[in-house]
Design a protein around this ligand. Structure first.
Ligand code: Q9C
Ligand code: ZN
Length: 337
């Protein structure tokens, strides 16, 4: 399977995140991508599709903020990574803040998504990686392609970052596919965490179906999204599907939810399926609580392979670095038959 990757995606390397009350080494490390790289073998570099497909999904002021904020942070005399520590609550108005802390507050929803000098460049090439892998299925007629994205994307919304995500790679690819003639696109999100950014971006749209299987937000990040009664709104009513699952979910419970999601994706009759793939459903993931084993991932891929449409797999989370290569290749082999 064609795999796209750019080494600039490795340069984003925040030192720490706030975790259980202490600054802890950042889980979303470049080593994740290196582990997957050494397991998948050959990759090809992305082609530059420019900024337009990014701004077709993300607010232009948010994109400019990502590009510029670290420079302002340093110019203001700050050391270390730019981390927000203030968040607007209900009823507070956004503003064109001069202070970098106000800007960070405007555009993020958690304190675990730092910005470093290289964040913009890594996120930019990451989006190009997704767009280039998309070309493999949309333009070259391949049955499937893998975008080795890192940092991940599915928690990033139109104008916000969070959950280790800055640009929503899957959403950018979905919107690009629409503009290239795919009339209906389905995004199937199998990361452990709910893909709140993707859901928000397409919540009122009938042309992009979003289905997610994830840990119940009553117990897990991102907490404020992903309940079963979130089904889309307006024209998008019914085009969002959420299947929250409890801690301890193993292959039996997981595959039952996946089969349901796959049959609803099939009923939507998309022209393209984008899979937001997270390996954090693995039993030994350090921040997650499902119980899938390495051997289960081929079955996940095989269930999704029942969909006849072309498939673009976009990498999302997964933090058990030592197992990431094996998990990902097993999944991709199952998916491509
Ligand atoms: N350190 C993805 O899997 N958890 N993101 C923060 C405090 C954030 C996971 C807990 C988890 C985000 C793409
Ligand atoms: Zn995740």
């Amino acid at each position: 399977m064609r795999t796209v990757f750019d080494p600039r995606q490795l340069t984003h390397a925040p030192e720490n995140e706030l975790h259980n009350g202490a600054l802890t080494p950042y889980f979303e490390s470049p080593a994740r991508a290196e582990a997957i790289l050494s397991a998948v073998g050959e990759t090809e570099p992305p082609v530059d599709h420019g900024r337009a497909p990014i701004e077709a999904v993300h607010d232009a002021r948010y994109v400019a903020f990502l590009e510029r904020v670290y420079g302002e942070w340093r110019a203001d005399g700050r050391k270390g990574d730019a981390i927000p520590y203030v968040f607007p609550t209900r009823g507070q108005r956004p503003n064109d803040f001069k202070a970098v802390d106000g800007q960070l507050a405007n555009y993020s929803f958690d304190a675990a998504t730092p910005i470093v000098a290289e964040t913009w460049e890594a996120a930019y090439w990451n989006a190009q990686t997704a767009l280039t892998a998309l070309d493999g299925v949309m333009k070259s007629g391949e049955a499937s392609a893998f975008a080795l994205c890192r940092p991940p994307g599915h928690h990033a919304g139109r104008d916000y970052m969070g959950g280790y995500c800055y640009l929503n790679n899957a959403a950018i690819a979905a919107e690009a596919a629409r503009s290239q003639g795919a009339e209906r696109v389905a995004i199937l999100d199998v990361d452990y965490h709910h893909g709140n950014g993707t859901q928000d971006i397409f919540y009122d749209r009938s042309d992009v179906f979003f289905a997610s299987i994830h840990a119940n937000p009553a117990t897990d990040f991102p907490y404020f999204w992903g309940r079963a009664d979130e089904r889309g709104e307006g024209a998008g009513e019914g085009a969002t599907l959420n299947r929250p699952l409890p801690h301890g979910t193993a292959a039996d419970g997981y595959l039952e939810a996946l089969d349901d999601a796959v049959s609803l994706v099939d009923a939507f009759a998309p022209d393209l399926v984008i899979v937001s793939f997270g390996a954090d459903t693995y039993e030994h993931d350090p921040i997650s609580f499902f119980k899938l084993t390495v051997d289960d991932y081929a079955a996940l891929g095989e269930r999704i392979a029942k969909l006849s449409q072309p498939k673009l797999v976009v990498m999302e989370g997964g933090y058990a670095v030592d197992a990431l290569g094996e998990i990902t290749t097993r999944f991709l082999e199952g998916l491509s038959g």
